[in-house]
Design a protein around this ligand. Structure first.
Ligand SMILES: [Zn+2]
Length: 248
């Protein structure tokens, strides 16, 4: 079945979309005023990732936490969405503290899930070494999810997020960028005041530096990292500090 929410980067699909008169694509080309909101859902589990619920014409959850706080996460999502549906779950990368709750949430909300194409296979295979489930003392089962590639656009109707492949913390880590708001959901690639570690399987400081370089070329005004504080007035000076930190 064709997926209406992901606009693949391939020229063929783009030309298909541009030649059609689908309303949401017009909005992608000429963005409308924001009705989007990014809220953090608290799982109550100290080591869990930040879990973001992005609401708009369509609703997206970014990362799930470990699943240890499942009931609380579900209640938090339902309190924001009310009767609206959760349309999709996107994972910034494959680590247990971000994906452990995925299977239960997909079942609860009946929605599809996506991850970067180089991390998604680990989630599909429940590959413990890369997921770090043993490190976190957790258990994972295979979950059927789809791939996102660099340049794909996630169409939430009122807003769109571009997928930016940012390897370094993991091989297949991605950031989601809304260029209208200058909002970056950065996973464990970039934090308020630092970067993710590169010493886990698939990590690479060389790749991370390259990823930071590409992020430094976009206008980030709001940062929504995978852990720690949200920064609503991010700016070039902070990115300059990060570049110094990683030896660039
Ligand atoms: Zn991580």
């Amino acid at each position: 079945m064709k997926n209406h929410l992901i606009l693949k980067k391939t020229p063929f699909l783009f030309s298909t979309y541009f030649s059609s008169s689908i309303g949401s694509i017009v909005k992608y080309i000429q963005p409308l005023a924001s009705s989007m909101c990014i809220q953090r859902i608290d799982s109550g589990v100290p080591y869990d990732s930040n879990i973001y619920l992005v609401t708009g014409d369509r609703n997206m959850l970014v990362d799930t936490g470990s699943g240890k706080g499942h009931d609380r996460v579900v209640a938090g999502i339902r309190s924001v969405l009310g009767d609206a549906r959760l349309d999709m779950i996107v994972l910034t990368h494959c680590h247990y503290d971000h994906v452990g709750g995925l299977g239960m949430l997909m079942e609860e909300f009946g929605c599809p899930a996506y991850a970067g194409q180089y991390d998604a296979p680990y989630v599909r295979m429940a590959e413990r070494r890369h997921i770090l489930s043993d490190v976190f003392g957790g258990v994972v089962s295979p979950v059927e999810i789809s791939d996102l590639s660099d340049g794909d656009v996630i169409d939430l109707g009122s807003r769109s997020f571009r997928v930016i492949w940012t390897p370094g913390h993991t091989e297949g880590g991605i950031c989601l960028y809304d260029e209208v708001a200058g909002a970056l959901i950065s996973g464990d690639t970039l934090f308020d005041n630092g970067v993710g570690r590169t010493d886990f399987p698939g990590g690479s400081m060389k790749d991370l530096r390259r990823s930071i370089e590409s992020l430094s070329n976009i206008d980030i005004r709001e940062l929504y990292p995978g852990h720690g504080n949200i920064c609503e007035n991010y700016g070039p000076a902070m990115m300059a500090g990060i570049k110094t930190l990683v030896g660039m």
